[in-house]
Design a protein around this ligand. Sequence first.
Ligand SMILES: [Zn+2]
Length: 280
Amino acid sequence: MSERAYSKELKRIVTASEAVTLSAEGKLKNSRAFNCCDKKCGIDLTCTNWGNKDGIRKYFVPSCNDELHVIGCDEVSQRENVEQIGREIKEIVNEIEKNGIITMLTSPDRNTKENGDSEDKVETPKGVNGYAYKDNGQEKGKKSESRRAARVEAFVELYHRKDVDQKKRIIRINGNMYSLEELFISSSDEPVDDKMGIYFGQAVINSSFKPGMLEIQFENSKLPVIYTNVNCLKKIRNGSRAKKKIDTNDRITVYFRGSFKGKKIIPFNDKNYKDLCFGE
Ligand SMILES: [Zn+2]
């Protein structure tokens, strides 16, 4: 639910209540002609209570039920973010119960010009914005049918569920199949070059030499420091808990998804915070 969106008809940002008023006056025609106004997201949005000025709840929702805001979209409230994570967890657990597989996908920032006043704006092909739960174009009954999931939190939840087989290869990443046991790598293990996984362990969080940046260092580990911006913590599960640990030397469980490469960990996504979360 977003409070505001970019109107393709007006070519500017409007609030939901303004859009509803304009629709009742006939000045806006199409309830679906909106985009998320965070330029790194931009998914298609639909306005609720269209044409009904007396409606109580006015906001914008994703036009396609299965298309979500990109991870870290600034137009998504913290509450909605928690709901999105919860929904993704539920979907993938259901899929596992049906003996399905989960495809791990990235949630890249949209790399186009800012919405608005760009007349030469290229229409982004469907499926490029945000990310979707379901495989598009799948054939019913086909074995390759799978559920998609992008959130590192969803995989962490799966890993901790007692009723999910840790040894069964149920996760597909870039065409390779992984079991949960293979995917999750303890931070105390000797890092292996090019190994993709979700690294986890106890870590301390300190302010970096650069203002606003944090350094996350796993304890008793050869893994390199992970950098993130303090403002990104509010977009991450248990980020507020992590914030309280900054410069205290208190430990917290950290999960980070990526590949170890030449003394660095390269995130799975385009930003570190999209692959980072904290334990309870
Ligand atoms: Zn968005």
